[in-house]
Ligand binder design. Structure first.
Ligand code: PMP
Length: 436
């Protein structure tokens, strides 16, 4: 009756206004890079499931088996005073593949919790060293770091989500992002000398270095559409953080596990973060899991980490994560991401001939087409037109997503050339139709 009809209302609201108006699509099955709805219509998933975690593709029995076997062996045990085998093995595996000296790990339920845990670890680090006043968090305009309290403090988007949650907790500090296509400082690379990064010193001096705990950023930022900063950017940020004793968190929740053609996107910039947050691709989205990694330097002063969490270090997702990383390594998915990403980028580049396409860019299998109303002035492009193209692509059988003023593509890392060709055809058709 009525109660049953109302039961799904909140689920529908989470899918977004637009789809509610058009009628909801229920996805019932996935195989490789394809998903199928309740009517059997198939879609090429160019977004790897919403916000791209399905690195190994859909329908992997190995991952289902890893969960099943672990559930039969030990479904759960308290993380308080006890450890379990999958969490220990996953820590060892991550220590082998994480950038440089990131050697210590703990596990949470998702990316938002990983961000919260990393922030808490940073506070512990400062506290045990006697720096008890360091509570401020610096993040960037356009940043996304999750849905929980501290993540929302660092949320630099202009989405209503942040405005709705205001006032933010005191100590939420923002700097500009390196979004060169529409430079926030109105400068040009390389003459700009990375002014957006250097401005961090001024902000720190203004806020008081003795009050600042961390700087958090996505190595390649999602907010304006997969934007990779100039190579010096993170090195400058690292130097400034070091100068003022501020810890640097690289949020690899989207970028990690091969998305950008390296195991971690941090590797593109040759720097050592103090902490790393991970989620999504760590299990290819099969089960929820988030992870935090830190260096020995961060852990060393911490006596006890006050952070008991019922599902912390949960053995089942850790077992799936282990199997998933084995698949990524065994099937060379990082290499495929680099190679197919290059192919995809070259195929998309000619779209820059279109009057509405400002810039085509991408790193590994994370690409974006940034739109403008005027190529010369790089005038903003209406969200309504982007949503039209997303809806058109769906009608043509491809799931894509908009971000900032761009369309974004991030397919499973197993994608092949034929599937990329298909996607490019759909994208091109959508743009042509929208320009009419
Ligand atoms: N950090 C970043 C960079 C993200 O993109 C996201 C999710 N899109 C999160 C944190 C939060 O992760 P989750 O949705 O798994 O909580």
């Amino acid at each position: 009756g009525e109660k049953l009809a109302a039961a799904t209302n909140l689920i529908l609201h989470r899918t977004g206004q637009k789809e509610i108006q058009e009628g909801i699509t229920v996805i019932v099955k996935g195989e490789g890079v394809w998903v199928y709805d309740q009517d059997g219509t198939q879609y090429l998933d160019m977004d790897s499931g919403v916000t791209r975690p399905v690195h190994a593709g859909y329908g992997r029995e190995e991952l289902a088996r890893a969960a099943y076997d672990q559930m039969c062996q030990l479904a759960y045990f308290t993380p308080m005073q006890f450890a379990n085998v999958p969490a220990i093995k996953l820590s060892e595996k991550l220590a082998q593949i994480a950038p440089g000296e990131i050697n210590n790990f703990t596990f949470e339920c998702d990316g938002s919790e990983a961000v919260e845990t990393a922030m808490k670890l940073a506070r512990h680090y400062h506290y045990y060293r006697g720096d008890k006043a360091r509570f401020k968090i610096i993040s960037r305009r356009g940043a996304y770091h999750g849905v929980n309290g501290i993540g929302i403090r660092a949320l630099g988007t202009v989405m209503p989500m942040r405005q709705m949650m205001e006032p933010l907790t005191p100590g939420s500090v923002f700097i500009e992002s390196p979004y060169c296509y529409r430079c926030p400082c109105n400068l040009k690379y390389p003459e700009c000398e990375i002014a957006c990064a250097r401005d961090l010193s001024r902000i720190i001096e203004f806020e008081g270095p003795e009050y600042i705990s961390v700087f958090i950023g996505e190595p390649i930022q999602q907010g304006f559409g997969a934007f990779k900063p100039p190579k010096e950017y993170w090195q400058i940020i690292r130097e400034i953080c070091d100068k003022y004793g501020i810890l640097l968190i690289m949020d690899e929740v989207i970028c990690g596990f091969g998305r950008t053609g390296k195991m971690f996107a941090t590797e593109h910039f040759n720097i050592q973060p103090d902490l790393i947050t991970m989620a999504k691709g760590i299990t290819s989205g099969y089960v929820p899991l988030g992870a935090v990694g830190c260096t020995g330097k961060v852990l060393e002063p911490i006596d006890i980490f006050n952070h008991l969490h019922t599902y912390g270090n949960h053995p089942v997702p850790c077992a799936v994560g282990l199997e998933n990383i084995d698949i990524i390594i065994r099937e060379k998915l990082v290499e495929n991401s680099a190679e197919m990403g290059k192919y995809f980028l070259e195929a998309l580049k000619p779209l820059e001939q279109h009057p509405s396409v400002g810039e085509v860019r991408g790193t590994g299998l994370w690409l974006a087409v940034d739109f403008t109303m005027d190529k010369k002035t790089r005038a903003p492009y209406p969200v309504a037109n982007l949503l039209n193209m997303v809806a058109r692509a769906k009608q043509k059988g491809a799931i894509i997503k908009m971000m900032g003023m761009a369309l974004e593509f991030a397919p499973p890392l197993i994608i092949k050339k034929e599937e990329i060709d298909l996607a490019v055809k759909v994208i091109e058709q959508c743009i042509t139709e929208e320009e009419k």
